[in-house]
Write a new protein. Structure first.
Length: 117
């Protein structure tokens, strides 16, 4: 997939583990980050484990894009699992009740296992 600018990908069995390489996802980063994730989902049966370890700021557009990516994966019989959330991002997920909709785990290994199940 070439040199990663926004997201780094690794195929692990039938799952793609993706690591977002940006510290923030604002209006500027939102489209390229989620285009890359959406395109990767197409190549693995929509089984994605997405790491947000480096992301310290997630805009409302980023939250919306996560919801859309979740719907895309679920609608195609796959699964989106998010891991590595910084505390402020996890607090935002709880505040918006997205932690009830999105599958969130602590580690990459747990995310890959859950996405592949």
């Amino acid at each position: 997939m070439g040199e990663a600018q926004y997201v780094k990908f690794e195929r692990i069995g039938k799952v793609i583990a993706a690591e977002v390489l940006r510290e923030k996802i604002t209006e500027h980063e939102n489209t390229p980050v989620f285009n890359e994730l959406s395109n990767a989902a197409e190549t693995c049966g929509h089984r994605l484990a997405v790491g947000l370890n480096q992301v310290g700021l997630l805009s409302s557009a980023g939250l919306g894009a996560l919801i859309n990516l979740h719907k895309q994966c679920a609608g195609k019989g796959g699964k989106l699992v998010i891991f590595g959330l910084q505390q402020q991002i996890f607090d935002l997920m709880k505040l918006t009740h997205l932690h009830k909709l999105l599958s969130i785990v602590d580690s990459r290994d747990a995310a890959v296992a859950k996405a592949g199940a």
